[in-house]
Design a protein around this ligand. Structure first.
Ligand code: FPP
Length: 247
């Protein structure tokens, strides 16, 4: 029985989030430049996107560029943005064929115009697709997002649009960039690092965490199936007891 066949299609994670880590170390192991690692990482993006569609997973969020990544060398940032444009252009027909909607979260205004134009084109073109929503976190960090939400809510209080007593968890969620998406059920981080790195900190409250030593460019469909099978072996209690969940 293949790994894929072992997956129970009735208890899939609705939303998988991935911290794609290890491109630089993978490139170094192969004696190549860091950008070579990112280029090969695009192939893994294709694999997990395709696998998500095949399995019937509805949301996939990929951490492609954090607000902290702006501190990387200029040539790496430019290379990554160029790669993003190339990937968007090359993959648009496949996303259309597979009925995938493309979305982004993050401080997109910081991104250069050429990349933003490519993002706008693919977002518009795929907006009615509904098999999978592929969300790319770009110039994103949780602390940036939460700070922005607090400012927006405080402004509404100041303008008498809402009362302080109206502030609740649902309202906070509705002021995050992810307001239109459900919280992730499963977080995967590659490359043997055990950190959340400022990624979806509010939204991951009840997610199952899966860490693998595999570098992102080596993370293929079989690795993804393994992560999903591991998820399916967990008991999610959401603060309740095992007896309450199983009655
Ligand atoms: C982390 O590895 C990876 C990134 C910062 C970039 C991820 C980008 C891609 C996979 C390519 C473009 C993405 C899309 C969605 C088309 P790292 O550079 O931090 O690796 P290291 O920790 O080994 O240095």
């Amino acid at each position: 029985m293949s790994l894929k066949d072992k997956i129970n299609s009735k208890c899939l994670p609705n939303h998988v989030a991935i911290i794609m880590d290890g491109n630089g170390r993978w490139a170094k192991c192969h004696g190549k430049h860091r950008l070579f690692g990112h280029q090969n990482g695009v192939e893994s993006v294709r694999e997990v996107t395709e696998a998500s569609v095949e399995l019937g997973i509805k949301y996939l969020t990929l951490y492609a560029f954090s607000t902290e990544n702006w501190n990387r060398p200029k040539d790496e940032i430019e290379g990554l943005m160029h790669l993003m444009i190339q990937a968007i252009e090359n993959e648009t027909p496949t996303l259309m064929k597979n009925n995938v909607r493309f979305e982004t979260i993050g401080d997109i205004e910081k991104i250069n115009q050429e990349t933003r134009d490519a993002i706008d084109r693919i977002t518009e073109k795929t907006k009615n697709n509904d098999a999978l929503t592929l969300i790319i976190a770009l110039s994103y960090s949780s602390r940036w997002e939460i700070e922005k939400a607090v400012r927006d809510i405080a402004t509404k209080v100041k303008n008498n649009e809402i009362e302080i007593d109206d502030i609740c968890q649902v309202m906070i969620s509705n002021h995050l960039c992810t307001k239109n998406f459900p919280d992730p059920d499963l977080l995967i981080r590659t490359s043997g690092e055990y950190r959340i790195s400022n990624f979806l900190m509010w939204q991951l409250s009840y997610a199952e965490l899966y860490f693998t030593p595999t570098f992102w460019p080596d993370f293929k469909k079989e690795n993804y199936y393994e992560a999903i099978l591991d998820f399916q072996s967990r008991e999610r209690r959401f603060g309740k007891t095992s007896e309450q969940i199983n009655k």
